[in-house]
Design a protein around this ligand. Sequence first.
Ligand SMILES: [Zn+2]
Length: 369
Amino acid sequence: MLAESADLGPLVDHHCHGLVLDDLDRSSFEALMNEAAAASPLGTTFFDSMLGLAVRRWCAPVLGLETHASAEDYLARRRELGVEASRLLVAAAGIETFLVDTGVGSERLCSPAELAAMCGGTAYEVVRLETLAEDLLQTEIAPSGFAAAVEGALRESTAVAAKSVAAYRVGLDLPSEPPSTDALVAALRNQRPLAAGDHRIADPVINAWLAWSAIETGLPLQIHVGYGDADIDLLRADPLRLTPFLRATEKRGIPVLLLHNYPFHRNAAYLAQVFSHVFIDIGLAVHNTGALSQALIRETLELAPFGKLLFSSDAYGLAELYYLGALLFRRGLSAVLGELIKAGEMTSHDGDHATSLIARDNARRVYRL
Ligand SMILES: [Zn+2]
């Protein structure tokens, strides 16, 4: 009866980030609430949004306030509690395993181990390919030694997956075969640091080669798709653009995990259905759409086989996003499955089976946890 009760059991969060544990004033809190570049939208506030409502509705009681406490009272209470506020929220999320992308914001965010310690959970690392490559370029490695160095680092890594942010850098038109070593070396020769030693890889050949390097070394490949911050050109981030790459990689049998996907979640669900090695999530959008996220979960389940959908919070910086990502996903999934059970479209055993797959078993299987 899990499926009807909103208690899905423990969750495996297959894509998330560390927390900012410093005290946050209102503008720093609002800057972390969503993907916007500016801390406060012109003449208004991010608390006037579905996410803002969800913070006041659901997070306030976790910190000992009334539901729907004002934004001012909420933030004051959060500052009063300090790190304890984050601990309470992460513990209430009910996540037992975290797969943490450590490739961005590491100077500001807590480590995977610190995050997991807040709830007695377990953390695994996901290595961001572009960050790994940019760090290598800082060492002034010769272009001819780059490929072997990346592949060596991936083979030796304790990370359970690699992640590509090609969507941010060049879009998702990844080629149907890996770029040749000659093409890679030529592209690296053209790569110029932004400032002294500061590289940013945004080159169709290098980003494509990096994505292929995960496939070649046998690491599950996470790919950022769809919704993200203003640095992304969302028009180039539709997962359908990955079709030639997915067709070409299917026979390798290495899992490819499409992250976020909103507003292309129906396209992603189609890809998860037709390609045996494709898995998807709808993290990030679930907490951003708040109480309306049930529609998103329902639309994703139209086509995505139950063995292909994974839970993720994509929480970054704020413990609220862990709690809300997990809570809203639980509520949405159990509401949708609960309706199907009531209508006689599935048994409660079927509902529990789908729930266990989506909440944790798919992630455990795909990443061999
Ligand atoms: Zn993320």
